[in-house]
Design a protein around this ligand. Structure first.
Ligand code: ADP
Ligand code: MG
Length: 256
């Protein structure tokens, strides 16, 4: 199937079950939001799908357009079309954004094929123009001394250049100010389209004021306990997360 399919996923950290039977299918063109209280396993889910070695997948599967990505190394997962954006991206002093993105683009080419510099810069600048990013930005070192908003711009630019099929964005626990939120939202909205599926993880409803999701899922205690449309996010905003805990007794009727 042309989708990112997460099936009955169970994830342990240090032998402790954190994600406990997570099911979700994200098709291209769709934006799914996952919301849930802190400590519920949202970031664990994102990191394990990316291939983080501390997160042990004990059962279940993750298929990307039918291919089992759990058998792939993290870089292979990226080449297969998966992109992960993290809340706290690392700094790479001495490596300019232009060179970093060029290396990342180069890594996607078949062995022995060299990136065409002129075409690369043309593409980079057109993506930057579309995202309204100043060209001066590319000569700065990756994330070094960046504000929260600039880190987000850098992340969105990476996503634009790598053109993933599926993007998982963990915006949880955010120290994101409203400007940074808007940058993420503008970026996602600009890149949104039939060739991209987005899984947007957020603790706060307000990001969804700017990125209107097609589906909203509530995660609690390692799995989805309720799914709905954008009105579910508003309900969470109004009612908080306490009522969600009661849903656990009758779990996950709708897993989408
Ligand atoms: P969320 O993103 O929903 O707030 P997390 O996935 O970050 O939740 O965390 C889920 C649970 O896993 C929490 O109880 C957290 O303490 C635990 N946890 C997360 N990462 C680690 C880690 N690296 N080592 C030990 N426990 C962890
Ligand atoms: Mg988190």
């Amino acid at each position: 199937m042309n989708a990112l399919e997460i099936k009955d996923l169970h994830i342990n950290i240090a032998e402790k079950p954190i994600v406990k039977g997570f099911n979700l299918t994200v098709r291209k063109g769709e934006v799914h939001a996952i919301m849930g209280p802190n400590g519920t396993g949202k970031s664990t889910l994102a990191k394990a799908i990316a291939g983080h070695p501390d997160y042990e997948i004990t059962s279940g599967s993750v298929l990307l357009d039918g291919r089992n990505i759990l058998e792939m190394e993290p870089d292979e997962r990226a080449r297969a079309g998966l992109f992960l954006a993290f809340q706290y991206p690392c700094e790479i002093p001495g490596v300019s954004i232009a060179n970093f993105l060029r290396a990342a683009s180069q890594a996607r080419l078949p062995e022995g094929e060299e990136i065409d510099a002129t075409a690369y810069y043309k593409r980079l600048y057109s993506k930057m123009d579309a995202l309204k990013i100043d060209r001066k930005f590319t000569s700065r070192s990756v994330n070094e001394g960046f504000s929260g908003g600039e880190k987000k711009r850098c992340e969105i630019l990476q996503m634009a250049m790598l053109e993933p099929a599926y993007s998982i964005m963990d915006e949880t626990d955010s120290g994101l100010d409203i400007d940074a939120l808007k940058i993420v939202a503008e970026g996602v909205n600009a890149l949104r389209g039939p060739n991209l599926g987005v899984l947007l993880i957020t603790h706060y409803q307000r990001l969804l004021d700017y990125i209107v999701p097609d589906f909203v899922h509530v995660m609690y205690d390692g799995r989805i306990v309720k799914s709905g449309d954008k009105s579910l996010a508003l309900e969470l905003e109004a009612r908080g997360y306490d009522w969600v805990k009661e849903l656990v007794a009758t779990p996950a009727t709708a897993t989408a």
